[in-house]
Design a protein around this ligand. Structure first.
Ligand code: ZN
Length: 332
């Protein structure tokens, strides 16, 4: 059956975004829409071919146009993507894109890249994405707006924070590593799977908090006023992998990325707030970011990290080991 109203996908849009717009224009909530189509929550990265076929038929659009939305997300790995939500809205949208859409009288939307655990920027504006936890897609005069509980439209009247250039570089290095491309000279480890192996091991550690000390990732927080929470782990709960970031706020994931930049960059390549605030640009490894990380994860975390050294790429493991040795000498 054909839907009465079927907007075309927007350049760069995620499959979940387009599907949510399709439902909203036809006055059905996403779960009712999916059950009518006989599909589950939309998987942006690896949707079933039957789901794509049913969506194309319902919208009266070519299958290739719908499949292309998923293909963009398909450059992400399933294990590095956010789980499908059962309420239709996904994690984050760009305030600048949404402001432009509102100004031009078009629907607001969210990008395919927002479905990646380790991606927090708008691919067009390179600003930080805004979390959609408190937002709903609302139809106003035939156009869809992302509106929060107090009726504010996304991107309206807000200054949109810029992202550190090195953080954007890490997003790109991760995306490149997924296609087998090696990181450039600005990173400590130059092997192609290096960033993915490092991040798999280190993500839990940058979120670990010992007693009253905040997690290492919180040193990089620039969003203390947003109200969304910075997630933290007890060292005893440490687990490897990026799955720990499932369901975490943009704020938490942004801070994790910034923390990882400090650990994986050659110190001389650190820029902006990362270099100035923490004075790590010229610090040797026994005084630099890994040494500070060693303080934040406590004794239990340090012994876990020592056991994990063999799982890290050589260049990263050497820096971590130097810092752990110094911490042992200083702290006992
Ligand atoms: Zn944008």
């Amino acid at each position: 059956m054909r839907l009465p109203i079927a907007p075309r996908p927007i350049e760069g849009e995620g499959l979940s975004s387009w599907t949510a717009r399709l439902a909203a224009h036809n006055f059905v909530d996403p779960t009712a829409f999916w059950s009518w189509l006989d599909v589950g929550a939309i998987d942006d990265v690896a949707p079933l071919l039957t789901t794509i076929g049913q969506l194309a038929e319902a919208a009266g659009l070519p299958i290739t146009e719908i499949a292309a939305l998923a293909a963009r997300g398909g450059s992400l790995r399933p294990g590095w993507s956010l789980n499908a939500h059962d309420h239709g809205l996904r994690e984050a949208a760009c305030p600048s894109c949404c402001r432009d859409a509102a100004d031009a009288g078009r629907d607001q939307w969210w990008p395919a890249e927002s479905q990646a655990v380790m991606w927090v920027s708008c691919p067009i504006h390179r600003c930080v994405l805004a979390g959609l936890d408190l937002f709903n897609l609302t139809l106003e005069a035939g156009r869809l707006r992302l509106v929060d509980e107090e009726g504010r439209s996304l991107g309206a009247g807000r200054t949109i924070p810029a992202l550190d250039r090195r953080l954007l570089d890490l997003e790109s290095a991760i995306a490149d590593a997924m296609t087998g491309e090696a990181p450039n000279v600005s990173w400590r480890e130059r092997s192609a799977p290096g960033p993915l192996r490092s991040i798999t091991v280190l993500t839990g550690y940058v979120l670990a908090r010992e007693r009253q000390r905040p997690p290492f990732a919180q040193l990089f927080d620039t969003d203390r006023t947003s109200g969304s929470h910075m997630f933290a782990l007890d060292p005893e709960e440490l687990a490897n992998g990026v799955a720990i970031l499932q369901g975490r706020s943009v704020r938490t994931r942004r801070n994790v990325l910034a923390a990882l930049v400090s650990l994986l960059s050659k110190p001389a390549a650190l820029t902006g707030e990362l270099a100035e605030a923490l004075q790590w640009r010229t610090a040797p490894d026994h005084r630099g970011p890994f040494r500070v990380l060693a303080d934040h994860i406590g004794e239990f975390g340090r012994s876990r990290l020592r056991a994990d050294l063999a799982r890290l790429p050589t260049a990263i493991a050497e820096s971590a080991e130097t810092a752990l040795d110094r911490a042992t000498a200083e702290l006992g």
